[in-house]
Design a binder for this molecule. Structure first.
Ligand code: F3S
Length: 81
């Protein structure tokens, strides 16, 4: 399984991730990227399906500030969505 979130402290709103993987990333009011897949709200607790792994990897590789974090387990204690 793969989980993902964006570190907004280092995101520079370059826009590459949303262009590469629009199903996973969108932008908040300040233009900073966040994971929106299946209502994740950038918590890193929503399992990204295998069909999106290529997009996920491409976006991570393409982020100029390494702000996209990926792991095999959830990043946070699962919260009510
Ligand atoms: Fe930000 Fe990186 Fe996306 S800088 S907009 S997280 S590609």
């Amino acid at each position: 399984a793969k989980y993902c979130w964006v570190d907004k402290d280092t995101c520079i709103s370059c826009g590459a991730c949303g262009a590469t993987a629009p199903d996973i990333y969108d932008y908040d009011d300040e233009g900073l990227a966040e994971v929106v897949f299946d209502g994740d709200a950038n918590q890193g607790v929503t399992e990204i399906p295998e069909g999106l792994f290529d997009d996920l990897q491409d976006a991570t590789d393409g982020c100029p500030t390494d702000s996209i974090k990926i792991a095999d387990s959830p990043f946070r204690i699962a919260v009510e969505k």
